[in-house]
Design a protein around this ligand. Sequence first.
Ligand code: AP5
Length: 216
Amino acid sequence: MIVLLFGPPGVGKGTQAELLIKKYQLTACSTGNILREEIARQSELGKTVRQYLEQGELVPDHHLFTLIERFIGTHRKNNMLFDGFPRNLNQATVFDTLLTKVDLKLDVALELHLSEDEIIKRLIHRRYCSTCGRTYNLLTSPPEKDDHCSNCGSSLTPRSDDTEAVIRRRMNVYVEETQPLIDYYKNKYIYHQVSAQGTQNEVFERITPIFNGHID
Ligand code: AP5
């Protein structure tokens, strides 16, 4: 099974990905996490892409294709979940080509949907551990100890792209670049939309019936 989660910034893709990985033993590719790791270790790629993430712009496609081709090559025998790739029509068509090359195809393209007000509330209250990558929410899933990661003890901070101005830019980029994927995947009969309103578990319960129909 190969599945894709997409949706606007802060809708809960990463949160649901974690739950889905555990339930279905999926091998996950989160391009946002991969790029943040590259930035944290100051690799050449990290230095190149940093400005794009900080400004809420998409990283140029060719950087993503190298990462994705390597990921598919390594994990082609596993059930895979993609979180945050593809994000535009060019990425979607290249993704199909890369999968076809190794006799695979995308089974589910699932869009999470939420009102803009709720998205901004979730992102303003998100806290992030730059050491282990765990995400919290001060309102709905706070750490055990104020401002410290419950997993590794490091200090928690807002993500650098979670300022109100950059959130607005990311939302516009989503509408302009990523929303056209809805029609692209509708035409392939693999598109599903799920409401991301409610608790993490309520959202998860809406997604699992869709995945159950595709698990090998
Ligand atoms: P990425 O990291 O993918 O960012 P994003 O798409 O903007 O999504 P987020 O990670 O902000 O949110 P999310 O939907 O995962 O929500 P989360 O689960 O954290 O990408 C970052 C950047 O990398 C891009 O802007 C771009 O520059 C670059 N990039 C990445 N992929 C690229 C690509 N393919 N091409 C080009 N550039 C690319 O939840 C948010 C908050 O809400 C958390 O605090 C969480 O605890 C809370 N929450 C979650 N679910 C619930 C719930 N049900 N109820 C209450 N709170 C909840």
